[in-house]
Ligand binder design. Sequence first.
Ligand code: PRX
Length: 631
Amino acid sequence: MKRITSFEQYTTEYKKSIDTPEKFWSEQAEEFVWKKKWDKVLDWNFDEPDVKWFQGGKLNITENCLDRHLKSGKGEQVAILWEPNHPEAEVRKITYKELHLEVCRFANVLKRNGAKKGDRICIYMPMIPELAIAVLACARIGAIHSVIFGGFSFKSLADRIQDADCTIVVTADGAFRGTKDIQLKGIVDEALEICPSIKKAIVYKHIHADINMKNERDVWWHDEIKFVSSECEAETMDSEDPLFILYTSGSTGKPKGVVHSTAGYMVSTDYTFRNVFQYNDGEVFWCTADVGWITGHSYLVYGPLLCGATSLMFEGIPTFPDAGRFWQVIDKHKVNIFYTAPTAIRSLEAMGLDFVKPYKLDSLRVLGSVGEPINEEAWHWYNDNIGKNRCPIVDTYWQTETGAIMISPLAGITKTKPGFATFPLPGVQPVLLDEKGVELNGNGVEGRLCYKFPWPSIIRTTYGNHERCKEAYFATFKGYYFTGDGCKRDEDGYYRITGRVDDVIKVSGHLLGTAEVENAINEHPDIVESAVVGFPHDIKGWGIYAFVICDNERKDEDNLKREIIQTVTKYMGAIAKPDKIQIVKGLPKTRSGKIMRRILRKIAENDLSNLGDTSTLLDPSVVEEIKAGAL
Ligand code: PRX
């Protein structure tokens, strides 16, 4: 496997990728199996936006993830190593050959149930190998997968199914999460009541829950599989055909369906996986993210499989049966590369070293972090106690929209600094802009992080609404892709992400739109209006602070708060539960009716001394009342 092996080489490759991007990326793309080679490497225009990579090329990504490895003699190697929620339950080891077979079979099941190229298929499943099989089966037949995180509840699921007009949903009877059984099928049933586009639900039996199967609509995975052959030719896809949709939160209440295309996504995920983690053949790679998020798509499924790696998939949670579970799994499977989120690190740090001590952790070679800024303390704890000061940490910065890692050290090659994502990967051209959109040159500057040139796995559109893609990413600063993040470039040219500068909050690494959480809160019949902001939280990075106006005089505040939490859990999912709820009589609004979130943010952060100018408010006295009741 070709990869960068020294910092000097990184510098040369980086320069090459900037001076001659088309040459650079076409060399990377040569490595793959193409049904037809591309005619043109790149066409782009950020104003539309319109970006096309490897135009005219024909391929199927699953031939590169699976068939190619069978041909090169990797058939018997484990592709997916599955560790169940219950430590005593059986581990599953699925070789490349077996995975190929299962993917082909399930691809035929999809076809048998009416799926065709271009259809959208919703996948709402536990973290079991069948989730990866379903994803790859969609790609095999050219259907566009839309994986919805299993922690989302019925309304979030329904919104996303409706937005993409999905025709099939692939699900399971339920999921095991620690001591809990999650009734996934029940949630699907509720969602499907308002999703007429769904014609079929294919259900995998996993927890043996008692569920309802609706005649005509619902079929069992294990029954369907009996009717089909295990051969399925890979559909011919154009480079720019959409591969998948993945929803992410934005500043409006409606989530955005980020669309990724086939060839560019393949090239970027493969390149970044190999180089960032410095993967060696035969190593066990463990990404703890759920496949419902981009990290799971790119570094549990596609990146590792493209590189012929062994990818560990874990169904459970870090604290079951106890807070040593991650470390036990690392020893049990001799994990070499471990990739997780700062929130997980902080929460395990808080549980104490007694949970780490029983484990050797000597198989580890590289550690990774993703999803939010990693604070120095957590970085050191990770480095000292898990990596034992001998494993490089790659702090990988990227987004759902970028498809692949953008700014990151290369393991063992880039000199790291705690809290810094360090340098852009080859092909990535970051710039920092001031508020007016002027590029800040040189080192020792801080601004808004943008990219001025496309990379292969850049977002192509937001499903069904191209204008929204333009508005959200390409309109703030003309000619640039805007990340929504603040960033510092220090005196040595190292990049450090400082966090979001828009109306989304990173809670435990999950991006949540404040408007989406507000909509869920407002579903409570007694709530008239709400405003949600983030506040710094020791474990989660950011917590959710909700200011709510109640329309009748409820005296039982504690009950009301509990009900609000239940409402949010029901409509959106437990990840969006507010940490603090303050009942208020009014919200600080401008004369035009806009909520001044800046003031609420300061109150939530307990920074009451400097609330800025409140004179433009319709009723400045509400601020005093809110301050007095601040939690
Ligand atoms: O704010 C940045 C933060 O996560 C956002 C992207 O979230 P999402 O699309 O859910 O993708 C997460 C996994 C790639 C970014 O805009 N973020 C991600 N990685 C880092 C980070 N912030 C700081 N450091 C990181 N390494």
